[in-house]
Design a protein around this ligand. Structure first.
Ligand code: FE2
Ligand code: FE2
Length: 287
């Protein structure tokens, strides 16, 4: 190759880590996804401490990339409406595997969500990117643990249908990091904090201690992910002079009319930065 031409064909050092994030979102096959994730993590760690972001995330600085990405997924994975999903009755081997597959799909999607939080929003401080890179790395680890578990049960990621609700929320919140932080980590990922202990009980009841141990790791890490979301949501509210609790309620009313409400894992959510008032409000929704 002619070296003199190389700089024109390669992204510059500032955009390269963003491009690595995009490449991971687009990767579909499992090995390619995990390899692209590791490459993107390295690309970001190499620029840690640099001013990767260009601003502070104030309202007039918001710079969201208008790139309507469709994340890659394994060729055999069929995305369907939630009502078309297989019911997951744990007393059959197939139902048991379908449940693990469903969580596997959430983790695969969570890799995309973490990289999209990095890729899409360009006016955030450097620490924001490093935080979401760490989340992406942990989501890939969660996915790896669950897909290995699924393989032990005789199945692979892609063997069951899945729905695309998580990415739809990424699309809906693509215009503003404040909205993304409020609704993806603080609503969708936080929902996982509520439901995971119940799933662990169901799996323990059928003697699947291996999956329970994986979900324990996931539950612990996910508190961190939601806390990261809370921290950056508060940061962005402060930058814009907004009251965080009132803004969160407004965004829930605008985007989350279908929030189920009901019992929350209050202890985990408190650790993840929810206030008592927010938890009372969330529990009252859907009633
Ligand atoms: Fe996860
Ligand atoms: Fe997560």
């Amino acid at each position: 190759m002619n070296d003199a031409l190389a700089p024109d064909t390669q992204p510059d050092p500032v955009t390269r880590p963003f491009e690595a994030a995009r490449t991971c979102i687009l990767a579909g096959e499992i090995d390619a996804k995990l390899a692209a994730c590791a490459t993107a993590v390295s690309a970001w760690r190499a620029v840690a401490g640099n001013d990767t972001g260009t601003g502070t995330g104030t309202e007039d600085e918001v710079e969201a990339i208008a790139d309507d990405l469709t994340p890659g997924s394994p060729t055999e994975l069929r995305l369907v409406a939630p009502r078309e999903l297989v019911t997951r009755k744990l007393h059959t081997p197939q139902g048991h595997a379908a449940l693990i597959h469903a969580i596997c799909h959430i983790e695969f999607s969570a890799i995309n969500l973490a990289w999209d939080a990095v890729y899409r929003f360009r006016a955030m401080p450097a620490a924001y990117y490093q935080d979401w890179v760490q989340v992406a790395e942990e989501e890939a680890r969660h996915f790896g643990l669950l897909s290995a578990r699924l393989a032990k049960l005789g199945y692979h990621y892609g063997d069951f249908s899945a729905h695309n609700g998580l990415w739809e929320m990424a699309r809906e919140t693509a215009y503003d990091p404040l909205v993304r932080m409020a609704l993806v980590p603080r609503v969708l990922e936080a929902r996982g904090l509520d439901v995971t202990p119940g799933i662990m009980k169901r799996l323990a009841a059928i003697g699947d201690d291996e999956s329970v141990a994986i979900l324990e790791i996931i539950h612990r890490d996910e508190i961190g992910h939601v806390e990261t979301g809370t921290r950056w949501f508060h940061y962005l509210c402060e930058q814009r002079g907004l009251d965080a609790e009132a803004t969160f309620r407004e965004l829930l009313a605008k985007h989350m009319r279908g929030f189920p409400g009901g019992p929350l894992h209050r202890e985990a959510r408190c650790k993840a930065g929810f206030s008592e008032a927010e938890l009372d409000y969330l529990e009252g929704m859907g009633q």
